[in-house]
Design a protein around this ligand. Structure first.
Ligand SMILES: Cc1cc2nc3c(=O)[nH]c(=O)nc-3n(C[C@H](O)[C@H](O)[C@H](O)COP(=O)(O)O)c2cc1C
Length: 150
């Protein structure tokens, strides 16, 4: 099984922390949208699209990258976000991926520490998140995806 995770984690490294926790389970290589050679996507069985949420969306570099990917005809993908509120903000990303022919085999979300804007004045929210419980949930998520490839 070959996995590529395209990850943006620019606030506190929260999303990267989750990806690092599942990297071995999925045998994943990790890149940023800027470092990706799109033609290499064809070499992977599973592509992960991971991002912090910035103004109610995954990072625009990830959304723009999806627009550039050629049609994929059923290649498996998962999406993963961390956010202050822990809400589902993956809709745009999932819709874009489905339009490109990806089959979404899983979606994961976790709360992440945020000191965005006025929250910085109060020391932020979700300090310590993702925590061990979040990471364990992520490992279970990855394990379920992994089992589909065995
Ligand atoms: C510029 C900016 C905008 C944000 N907008 C939102 C938002 O709209 N909703 C939300 O729940 N969290 C928001 N957050 C909090 C982040 O989604 C959260 O801290 C996330 O875990 C950051 O991931 P990262 O550390 O991997 O970058 C925002 C953070 C920043 C810096």
């Amino acid at each position: 099984m070959k996995t590529l995770v395209i990850c943006v984690s620019k606030h506190h490294g929260n999303t990267d922390k989750v990806i690092q926790a599942i990297k071995t389970i999925l045998e994943a290589e990790i890149v940023t949208p800027d470092n990706l050679d799109i033609s290499t996507i064809n070499n992977y069985d599973l592509i992960g699209f991971a991002s912090g949420v910035y103004r109610m969306k995954p990072d625009s570099s990830l959304l723009k990258l999806v627009e550039k990917i050629p049609f994929q005809k059923g290649r498996k993908a998962f999406t993963l976000t961390t956010s202050g509120s822990g809400k589902e903000y993956q809709k745009n990303l999932n819709t874009g991926l489905i339009k490109k022919g990806f089959e979404i085999v899983g979606e994961f979300t976790s709360r992440g520490w945020t000191t965005f804007f006025i929250l910085a004045l109060f020391g932020g929210v979700n300090k310590g998140r993702p925590n061990e419980e979040d990471l364990e949930r992520a490992r279970q998520f990855a394990g379920e995806i992994r089992s589909r490839f065995n």
